[in-house]
Ligand binder design. Structure first.
Ligand code: URA
Length: 445
């Protein structure tokens, strides 16, 4: 007679540093989703994984068990090589808004599933929902028809996509086990693989504004995620990119849509443009539409110069019932009544601009969610007039706070203080950190 597996024994096994088998991981995850294994045992397991880690095979098994907890999406009916991108989240990160229409304009079909934001980093869906009428709750059938007709769709995750991740993430969030590399890798990759694309480009953010602050950890995560992708037969490339300062100048939902439109017009901030060109170049190379990322970049530049990328964004917006006229007239986007200039108190070169602090300041104004139930204001946020490396004279405007007429004086003042304390100045120009810190491709480099 076969011995019965017990969750207790498997927790003990992981706690003592041994690897779990595919069947054991499947048993734990299925039991959890079906309610047979309680929260407290899975919390203990998550903590054991946090301290003991997981080998590559265990992470593959976990990812697979998570995908099997729900219904994966099949994009097989859509002709062509489907490419997806993912960012691990940062302040001012509006790359999806630029990349999806841009890469789609090159003929790559994209079915992008995104999320709402929580905490100091914004969510792509929140940004898109600032466009009047824009729908982010498409069904799978609408998603597929949208990609067939328009070439690209950006929508929310379907209810039954990796339900195990929703449950496990909520538990990790309250048990101090979010920042475990194997758990993050399985969480992100289960959702990406279940979303059905053939090839993946991952943007692993690293720095003060990201939840991974350290390069070695970012590299481990990038290597593990590309390994999961290859193991599943989906070619995956990960770029490790700097999140020391906000990306671009705008932080706040409608402000970021406006900046994405400017970037698609060829008038965006240099760092955002550079990142989009590099990630997009890789997307084109993986899709076979370019021989390599450099050639991909050249194709994308032409699509911006010809206006094709911007026209594609209008199509994507209109396909999802949004007001496409925002492309030509940004006053149709929500706009805050009050602009408050934050002035520099000293001279020097901007040497630090802590992304996390700027993100928290924008969140406090209403641009982000402190808790899942917080209400967002799409119009508010912060625009940065100075970025790292810029020369600043005392009295120059460092940033502009976009607030409502009824925003309290106390909130305006604390926002201003937070922005000022996020900035550091020095006499000499700082050594700039590279925006692209590393690339991990199929060879694991
Ligand atoms: N993003 C995810 O989707 N999952 C994690 O675990 C962390 C970041």
């Amino acid at each position: 007679m076969a011995l019965e597996i017990r969750a207790y024994d498997l927790i003990l096994k992981k706690r003592n540093g041994s690897a779990l088998s595919a069947d054991e991981i499947k048993y734990l995850l299925e039991g959890y989703v079906q309610g047979a294994i309680p929260d407290y045992q899975i919390s203990a397991l998550a903590m054991a994984i946090y301290f003991r880690g997981m080998n590559e095979n265990e992470v593959f098994y976990l990812t697979e068990a998570m995908i099997n907890s729900g219904e994966a999406i099949s994009l097989e009916d859509i002709p062509g090589i489907k490419v997806d991108k993912h960012s691990s989240g940062g302040v001012g990160d509006k790359t999806t808004l630029v990349l999806v229409p841009l890469v789609s304009a090159a003929g790559v079909p994209i079915a992008k599933l995104s999320g709402h934001g929580l905490g100091h980093t914004g969510g792509t869906l929140d940004k898109l929902e600032s466009i009047p009428g824009f729908r982010t709750d498409l069904s799978v059938a609408e998603l597929i028809t949208g990609v067939k007709n328009t070439g690209a769709v950006i929508s929310g995750q379907t209810e039954n996509l990796v339900p195990a991740d929703k449950m496990l993430y909520a538990l990790r969030d309250v048990t101090a086990t979010v920042d475990s590399i194997p758990l993050i890798a399985a969480s992100i990759m289960s959702k990406k693989l279940a979303a059905g694309a053939d090839r993946l480009v991952l943007d692993v953010k690293c720095g003060s504004g990201a939840f991974i602050k350290d390069y070695e950890q970012a590299f481990d995560l990038a290597r593990l995620m590309t390994g999961i992708g290859q193991h599943a037969g989906r070619e995956t490339v990960a770029l490790i990119t700097s999140m020391e300062q906000p990306l671009g100048r705008a932080v706040g939902n409608a402000l970021e849509v406006k900046e994405a439109i400017m970037t698609l017009r060829g008038e965006g901030p240099p760092d955002l443009e550079e990142l989009c060109m590099i990630l997009g170049g890789w997307m084109l190379a993986l899709s076979g539409k370019a021989a390599d990322p450099e050639e991909g970049k050249a194709v994308l530049k032409d699509l911006i110069n010809s206006g094709a990328a911007l026209a594609k964004f209008r199509e994507v917006i209109e396909n999802q019932h949004g007001c496409g006229a925002v492309i030509d007239d940004s006053t149709l986007l929500p706009c805050a009544e009050k602009q408050v200039m934050v002035k520099a108190e000293t001279d020097g070169f901007a040497a630090r601009l802590e992304a996390e602090q700027i993100g928290i300041a924008a969140m406090a104004l209403g641009a982000g969610r402190e808790t899942k139930d917080s209400r967002l204001d799409p119009a508010v946020g912060i625009t940065l007039e100075k970025k790292i490396g810029d020369r600043v004279e005392k009295g120059d405007t460092l940033a502009v706070i976009h607030a409502r007429n009824d925003t309290s004086a106390a909130l305006l003042s604390s926002t201003e203080d937070r922005i000022i304390s996020a900035c550091r100045f020095q006499d000499k120009p700082p050594v700039k950190t590279k925006l692209i810190m590393g690339v991990v491709d199929r060879r694991g480099r």
